[in-house]
Design a protein around this ligand. Structure first.
Ligand code: FMN
Length: 225
C-alpha cells in the first residue's frame, strides 16, 4: 500500500473508483430506488436475525465520519426477552405521560396521521433492539477525552445504521421515547453515555400497514446556485 507522511503523520493512498458518468448515474439511481422503499415499521415478526448480520449493520454505522474521528458512540444490541420487557414497560410509562400531559396539542395533532399512541408492543415483539448512546466525552485509562460535534456525529452514524438495516432487507423504527434516561439504568451504561435512539430491528410482520404519507418534492428541498 502506497504511503506518505503529511505534517509528520502517516497517510495512505485512497483507492479512487474512477467510474464514468454513466456508472455513477446508475449507482446513484439504484441506491435512490432502494432507499425510496424504506419505511418506518411498527409491527415486527419475532424471528431472530443472525448475529453476524447485526454485527455487520453496527460495523457499517461505526464506519461513519465523526468530529476529529472521535467516534463518540456506543451501540447496544438487546435480544434478551426480559430486558426487552423492562425497556417496553419503562418506555410505555414515559410515553403514557407524554401523550396524556407532556406533548403540546400541535404535536398530538401532527402525530395523528401516523396512528401512534403510548403503547409500544414492538419493543418486545421485535427480535432485537439497538440502543444507540452518544458519548459526551470519551474515557482512555480513566482520562477524559474531548469529543466534538457529538450530536452531528451520532446522527450521521444513525443514518448509516438505518440505511444498513434497510439495505440488508430488514426494517426498523427510529424511536425516541422521551425522556430516555431509563435506558442508561436498564443497560447499566456509564454517566458519560447518554441514550440517543432506540431502534427495534427485524423483519416486518408479513402484513403490516404504514401511514400513507409523502416526502417533499426535490423542488421544495433543493436550492441550486
Ligand atoms: C428523530 C426521530 C424520532 C422519531 N421518533 C419516533 C417515535 O418515537 N415513535 C414513532 O413511532 N416514530 C418515530 N419516528 C419516525 C417518524 O414518525 C417517521 O420517520 C416519519 O413519520 C416518516 O416516516 P418514514 O420513516 O416511514 O418515512 C422518529 C423519526 C425520527 C427521525
Amino acid at each position: 500500500m502506497e504511503k506518505k507522511e503529511i505534517q509528520g503523520y502517516p497517510h495512505i493512498l485512497y483507492r479512487a473508483s474512477n467510474l464514468s458518468d454513466g456508472q455513477i448515474l446508475e449507482n446513484s439511481d439504484t441506491f435512490l430506488q432502494n432507499m425510496l422503499q424504506r419505511r418506518s415499521i411498527r409491527e415486527f415478526d419475532r424471528q431472530a436475525i443472525p448475529h453476524e448480520v447485526l454485527r455487520n449493520i453496527i460495523q457499517t454505522a461505526a464506519s461513519a465520519p465523526s468530529g476529529a474521528n472521535k467516534q463518540p458512540w456506543t451501540f447496544c444490541i438487546v435480544s434478551d426477552p426480559t430486558i426487552k420487557r423492562q425497556i417496553r414497560i419503562a418506555a410505555e410509562e414515559e410515553e403514557k405521560l407524554s401523550y396524556e400531559s407532556r406533548m403540546s396539542e400541535t404535536w398530538i395533532q401532527d402525530l395523528k396521521p401516523l396512528g401512534t399512541d403510548w403503547k409500544k408492543p414492538f419493543l418486545e415483539e421485535a427480535p432485537h433492539l439497538i440502543v444507540v448512546f452518544k458519548q459526551s466525552y470519551g474515557l482512555d485509562k480513566n482520562q477524559k477525552v474531548q469529543h466534538y460535534y457529538v450530536n452531528e456525529s451520532v446522527g450521521i452514524a444513525c443514518g448509516f445504521l438505518i440505511a444498513a438495516i434497510h439495505q440488508a432487507g430488514l426494517v426498523t423504527l427510529t424511536h425516541t421515547p422521551s425522556p430516555m434516561n431509563f435506558l442508561s439504568k436498564i443497560l447499566n451504561r456509564p454517566s458519560h453515555e447518554k441514550p440517543f435512539l432506540l431502534l427495534p430491528v427485524g423483519r416486518p410482520l408479513s402484513k403490516t400497514y404504514v401511514p400513507d404519507i409523502t416526502k417533499k418534492s426535490l423542488n421544495e428541498v433543493l436550492i441550486e446556485y
